[in-house]
Design a protein around this ligand. Sequence first.
Ligand code: ATR
Length: 281
Amino acid sequence: MHNAAFATLGLNWRYAACEVDPAKLRAAIAGAQAMGFAGLNLTVPHKLLAVDMVDELDVSAKVWGAVNTIRFEGRTAPGDWRPPGEWGTDSPAEVRSVGFNTDADGLVASLREDLQVTLAGARVLLLGAGGAGRTAALKLASEKVSELFLVNRTHAKILELRAEIQKKFPAVAVGLGYPKDTNTPIDLVINATSLGLKAGDPSPLDERQFTWQQARAAYDMIYRPAETAWLQAARAAGCRTANGLGMLLHQGAKAFEIWTGKAAPVKVMREALFANIYAKS
Ligand code: ATR
């Protein structure tokens, strides 16, 4: 999606994927910086490690405690730090690395665009409290959902997450486990577990404790397969549904804007992403 976006904007930039041993992450970041890279994306397990490996953290990386995007900034003659899109032809004498996180914004952009969910005042059931679940819970709380129900296999993680939400966003009511009141609808159910990635995985939802009739919309962060059995069941029950491709798209579009300083051509990126993820499989 990034290469399609560079081509559309006429930028002579390239995006390439490299597999990096976590033990060599610091050296890899320094190497990219030395080679004049504009920036990097990082994925599991590098997002947490990179927090201590960049020169500066943007507020987004501080809030979520993880870095998925690095921008290399150059110091210009007047002394200010400029993104790579503004360097011109001369390489800057001094370069620093800045860590950002675009995952949380990507999720919210996708929920709005793909499910037309209004998060303020919504009642949300979140399945999963790993890395992705934690970020989603905190972001939803910051978007002023009214009630957040947390479900996770390892109970200790939702206790910890509830405490963190109560400290940072005290107005949000946090429930442990499924909603007891089965008459008030849940506006949105999110799967942030890894269940559904593999064929034959059990459902992340305990249907003895929650039925799809109680829900209006379902979002599965998994995008491959395009429709998990869980999402299919939600759709069959009449819920609005979307998979996590929009989250991948929007975190990428935000990263593109961080590196280039230009508006991301989101439509082109979506088409390229769709073609690469689904048409080639
Ligand atoms: P990510 O960064 O993608 O969130 P993660 O931090 O490993 O990955 O989190 C995976 C999530 O899927 C967790 O909520 C995990 O539950 P635990 O916290 O109990 O580990 C959940 N998960 C993974 N396999 C599971 C399984 N077999 N049954 C239930 N939940 C599972």
